[in-house]
Design a protein around this ligand. Sequence first.
Ligand SMILES: Cc1cc2nc3c(=O)[nH]c(=O)nc-3n(C[C@H](O)[C@H](O)[C@H](O)COP(=O)(O)OP(=O)(O)OC[C@H]3O[C@@H](n4cnc5c(N)ncnc54)[C@H](O)[C@@H]3O)c2cc1C
Length: 511
Amino acid sequence: MENPNRDRQGDTGSHNSGQGIQRVVIAGGGTAGWMAAAALSKTLGKVLDIRLVESDEIGTVGVGEATIPTLVTFHRLLEINEQEFMAAVKGTFKLGISFEGWRDVGEDYIHSFGVTGRDHWTAGFQHFWLKGKQCGVASDFGDYCLELKAAQENKFAHLPKNGLNYAFHMDATLYAGFLRKFSEGFGVQRIEGKIKQVNTAPKSGDITGLVLESGDVIEADLFIDCTGFRGLLIEQTLHAGYEDWSHWLPNDSAVAVQTRSVGEPIPYTRSIAREAGWQWRIPLQHRVGNGLVYCSRFVSDEVARQTLVDNIEGEMITAPRVIKFRTGTRLKHWKKNCVALGLASGFVEPLESTSIHLIQRGILRLIQMFPLTGIAQSDIDEFNQQTSFEIENIRDFIVLHYHVTNRDDTPFWRHCQRMEIPETLAHRVRLFKETGRVFRVPNELFAENSWIQVMLGQGLLPQQYHPIVNVMGEEELTLFLGQIKGKVDDAVARLPSHGDYVNQYCQASDS
Ligand SMILES: Cc1cc2nc3c(=O)[nH]c(=O)nc-3n(C[C@H](O)[C@H](O)[C@H](O)COP(=O)(O)OP(=O)(O)OC[C@H]3O[C@@H](n4cnc5c(N)ncnc54)[C@H](O)[C@@H]3O)c2cc1C
């Protein structure tokens, strides 16, 4: 039934005011749709009627298999059993990302999920390491980080008090299936069908229903657009607008292929720089996910496909598939009675595996702001402001990888090195270069240690260190660094191999 009140609502007032928000429809059943269904049904399922519409014929984007540690927290909030989840998605553990050939051809570093060394309240560990380097008593920056060393040695285990910070590699299709079962257990109703039209109220412009090809109309009070890049509700219907970031993040294409596993799965994602982009390698229990992200201005789809095929290990088990995208963000992630999540809300690019994190942040934010009666415009504004802030900081972090590089061997890398960057990032780069300092912006995803690992990894060496370091004599500094490294080495030596740990902890029944 259509809500007669809606026609009287304007753009700036509340939406569906006076009416309870009880009927929620999620459009789309990819990772975003099922994560939203799982979290909403687990927390508010008793007071909401939640339906999810998806089309088997359209399918999902089928990539998005590397995550960051915040997904562990999301699963804890949902009380998802990790062993069951890992076995269901044929998952492996991830301790970071290995960036190969990013600083320069043949030079690699790992951005790990750990903390490197020990900070002093006046100055981060990098200052002590810098002096240690100058005196010749420090080894690689990564040698002082447990997660990084464990990744390099293919080791993994859960340690007490979250002593090893980790994320997952998982099969995206199996993850959607796992969350579907979870959500249906909390009352979510799944509707199979293709949405052919979105109905809106003539005056308010609020969405009133989704018309399926079958002719059925699915009505709701609140709609969650998880329809992927097409943004069927948020863009095609509500015209929320898009801020294009391709001048900072020029990649616009990817070619993806799955291969059979060769050897033990490693506990990190590989990101290998290529002539006009980068290649990912994500090891799962049963297969490996591979892809090449590239900029079509510098390389054709065919050359990209061939580059990928020439650089994979193991037999291909799917045909290489090209995916096109435009980096950027929706100008409004919540508009009227529609909230966009996942690719429908924008796409930064997959380099630091942040898209699934952004989905989960959007869901948690929506649950925290979930309306009881009408949708308040102040909630919408707050949601949009928080979301934009979060994405812009992630964008800067990713642009850093492309821009701060010694690579100038191809037109693509020369372009990245010379392109204008956001002033917010330019400031951070200057600050680190001139002083060695990094400050985390409140509520931003990546902490100081991530920025430092990537800045150093990309070849940015600070010109000075904090004077507090000189309070330590050289002997004391040597001892300080040596003790940290010793502890890391001892802890890594005691860890089992990642492959063995996965087999005993969460082996999929048919892997
Ligand atoms: C190349 C690439 C690599 C990536 N790698 C990572 C990564 O490693 N880590 C990470 O966090 N993220 C990654 N991402 C992002 C990640 O894939 C997505 O964030 C995630 O898969 C969520 O997608 P989605 O659910 O928004 O969209 P989709 O998976 O596209 O799902 C859209 C859903 O909407 C449905 N739908 C669409 N139109 C209609 C219609 N008319 N009627 C009915 N249903 C409809 C579809 O059937 C589908 O169910 C990557 C993305 C790309 C492009």
